[in-house]
Design a protein around this ligand. Structure first.
Ligand code: SF4
Length: 368
């Protein structure tokens, strides 16, 4: 049995589509809005038209870990807690520098054919049970692109909500208004990659910039907690002009959006560009602050940019959360998520009981 045959069995009827004439359909789980004729597949390859019905991935995971929530990264969402993190296979983009390409490019890159051996059948209730066993207060749909498996994510999130867990997605944000509205009642946090401010770069990655910009605005309007990541890649998106554009756009949506500028390292097909120098990240982070963003972080630098790994009070500027890598060393917020010194609110989703926030964990993922 090849990979597509194996995955086609692990599917369920989709919900994010409309029927068209002649047994065709249009999927709107991501910004591609594929027109899929009978017997054909969408661009992501994992959603397909069977006799006029959309079949979508369901009931399996291809990666499963208990990760520090800081690894996603979310820095303002139940800081210090674990997220039971599951991924499936497939993506709607094809980024040359993808660090999860083996699972994300399944069915799109023949080199991923072996990803089928990672597949494990599991139920939504089973994942919630694993969250409890791993002391995870959050469930995350992550690793591959979760928008293209939104029906499965919602099935898991409904069970998670019944158990009192929070839910997040780690996404490229190449969404549609319909999928965001479908997810919103069951989703608490949404991490979006803003990979570039140039459409020509998004075309190279296989997507459309405007869909991502619109999704950041829409996710905020829907009341989701949003954090944004920009992987800063030399000679791709690291010019001053582009970084300013990114920072100013985010500040115009909300100065409370945490912006993570993270370091690229050579991976997959992009092996020419140099790894991101630390001073480039600090330059980007400085621009974020100057543009008016209250919370700017440098990622993938593990202790080398401590000023940009901590959270400061937006009013009195005192340090309130100190991190080293994915581990919290100090946590000083009050139970209302406020600065204990001046009383200013720090935007985010915070622990109700600050004394329960885990400090000095090893800050490493646990494979399950
Ligand atoms: S999820 Fe996106 S790429 Fe996949 S079929 Fe739907 S619209 Fe096409």
């Amino acid at each position: 049995m090849n990979l597509s045959q194996k995955l086609d069995v692990l599917t369920a009827p989709g919900e994010l589509y409309e029927k068209l004439d002649n047994n065709a359909l249009r999927c709107f789980a991501c910004g591609h809005r594929c027109l899929i004729r009978e017997g054909k597949r969408g661009i992501c390859q994992v959603r397909f038209n069977a006799s006029g019905e959309l079949r979508v991935p369901f009931g399996y995971v291809a990666a499963l870990q208990a990760d520090p929530i800081e690894k996603k990264p979310f820095y303002h969402f139940l800081a210090g807690e674990n997220a039971l993190s599951f991924g499936m296979l497939g993506c709607d983009l094809h980024c040359d520098y993808c660090q999860n390409w083996f699972t994300s490019q399944a069915l799109r890159d023949p080199a991923s054919e072996g990803a089928g051996r990672l597949v494990r059948e599991v139920s939504a209730k089973g994942l919630v049970e694993l969250a409890k066993q791993t002391d995870s207060k959050i469930i995350a749909s992550t690793y591959n692109e979760p928008l293209i498996t939104s029906e499965w994510a919602v099935a898991v999130f409904k069970e998670a909500q019944k158990a009192g867990l929070k839910t997040v997605m780690v996404s490229n944000g190449h969404a549609t208004p319909e999928v965001l509205e479908y997810l919103a009642p069951h989703l608490d946090g949404y991490k979006i990659d803003l990979k570039s401010m140039q459409q020509k770069n998004y075309r190279q990655l296989g997507g459309t910039l405007q869909h991502v910009l619109d999704s950041i605005v829409r996710a905020k309007e829907l009341g989701l907690w949003v954090e944004v990541v920009t992987l800063v890649v030399p000679d791709f998106n690291d010019s001053n002009a582009e970084l300013w554009d990114t920072a100013r756009f985010l500040a115009s949506v909300s100065p409370d959006i945490p912006w993570h500028v993270t370091a690229y390292h050579r991976d997959y097909k992009m092996t020419e560009n140099e790894d991101t120098p630390l001073d480039t990240l600090v330059r980007a982070a400085d621009m974020g602050r100057e543009a008016g963003l209250r919370y700017v972080y440098a990622g993938n630098v593990h202790g080398r940019a401590s000023e940009y790994e901590s959270t400061f009070c937006p009013s009195c500027q005192r340090p309130l959360i100190k991190r080293i890598g994915f581990s919290l060393r100090h946590y000083q917020l009050t139970n209302g998520g406020k600065c204990p010194h001046c009383g200013a609110a720090v935007a985010g989703v915070w622990a109700e009981n600050p004394a329960s926030v885990p400090l000095n964990s090893r800050g490493v993922p646990r494979i399950i």
